[in-house]
Design a protein around this ligand. Structure first.
Ligand code: NDP
Length: 310
């Protein structure tokens, strides 16, 4: 078939870009499909301090640009399109996009990542973009001298809280337990920062405000007591959900929707590999996503070579 790709990679975060780098450098005709901008969630991170090679840290967007440039240098094709489904034919896969295009590929790597989870409380959807945000790096600067709330107790929540102290007046972290899941180094920084306060054992019941956020109503999970905190911004950082809807029916997912892979990054569908945050895994970092991406491209290339020899 004319124009068939050896490999189509779905998703342009660190996993997809690294797959693209390894595949194109390895001589494969490879296409990466990304729905928005490359870099994925890493691109929305203000400063990445734990990616080796950058002792001073590197901005997420800058790292994404460098990864993109490096992959394209070896011939990776990049197109902006949202993948809606993947059909399996006898000889190849057909990767379909929202724009009604279909890209034939001998093998596929799914690296579509994850998206922020919502709180699911009244006011959240109505005030999204009007004070409710899922990206502190993107929206933090709008809250100069304003009080804001960050919901969550993981690495994202504390990184967001620390970042927001650059702009905001007071930053209140609302966490549903009395201890944090975040890395110790972030906890120490947050505890030492006089602009950050904590509301422990608390969940958000609703977000108040008509046109703009005015505050949050909290409920203490131990005492049932309710309390209102006035705030102009609510940054939700309560984890992620995999972007795997289009994978359903093609490859096996776990109950949370994460793609199941073996150590060769193979799904249960021969020729379909997965990498990065979309996979069921224990540790989600830029470096583990990049490592997955390298392995997926390597084993996809091996699979293609074996298939050719048959
Ligand atoms: P996590 O899943 O690690 O943390 C989510 C937090 O939100 C937890 O504290 C959880 O509480 C809380 N939570 C979950 N659901 C709700 C809810 N409905 N209401 C209230 N609170 C809720 O997600 P993150 O986004 O923080 O991190 C995702 C991954 O990315 C992790 O693997 C993390 O290590 C990684 N990461 C790494 C960074 C780094 O190394 N610098 C930076 C950012 C992310 P509980 O603790 O009680 O479960």
């Amino acid at each position: 078939m004319v124009g068939i790709y050896d490999l189509v990679i779905v998703g342009g975060g660190p996993a997809g870009l690294t797959s693209g780098l390894y595949a194109s450098r390895g001589g494969l005709k490879a296409l990466l499909l990304e729905r928005m901008g490359t870099g994925g969630q890493a691109a929305m991170t203000h400063l990445i301090e734990n990616y080796p090679g950058f002792p001073k840290g590197i901005g997420g967007a800058e790292l994404a640009d460098l990864m993109t440039e490096q992959a394209k240098k070896f011939g990776l094709e990049l197109e902006y399109a949202e993948v809606t489904g993947i059909d399996k034919t006898v000889d190849y896969f057909l990767v379909k996009t929202a724009g009604n295009a279909a890209y034939p590929a001998k093998a596929v790597i799914i690296a579509a990542g994850a998206r922020p989870k919502k709180l699911g409380v009244p006011g959240e959807d109505k005030l999204a973009g009007a004070g409710v945000s899922y990206c502190a790096t993107c929206d933090g600067a709008f809250f100069k001298d304003r009080d804001v709330v960050v919901v969550g107790g993981g690495n994202t929540a504390l990184e967001d809280a620390l970042y927001l102290t650059r702009f905001a007046g007071r930053v209140t972290v609302v966490h549903r337990r009395d201890s944090l899941r975040a890395a110790k180094i972030l906890q120490e920084r947050a505890f030492q920062n006089p602009r950050i306060e904590f509301e422990w054992d608390s969940v958000v019941r609703r977000i108040t405000g008509e046109r703009l956020v005015e505050g949050v109503v909290l409920s203490n999970v131990k005492t049932g007591e309710e309390k209102t905190i006035p705030a102009s911004g609510v940054f939700v950082a309560v984890g992620h959900l995999p972007n795997s809807d289009f994978v359903r029916g093609l490859a096996a997912l776990d109950e949370g929707g994460y793609v199941l892979v073996n150590q060769r990054m193979e799904t249960n569908c021969p020729g379909v590999f997965a990498a990065g945050d979309i996979c069921q895994k224990g540790f989600r970092q830029v470096i583990t996503a990049a490592a997955d991406g390298a392995a997926a491209a390597h084993f996809a290339q091996e699979w293609l070579t074996l298939r050719q020899q048959k």
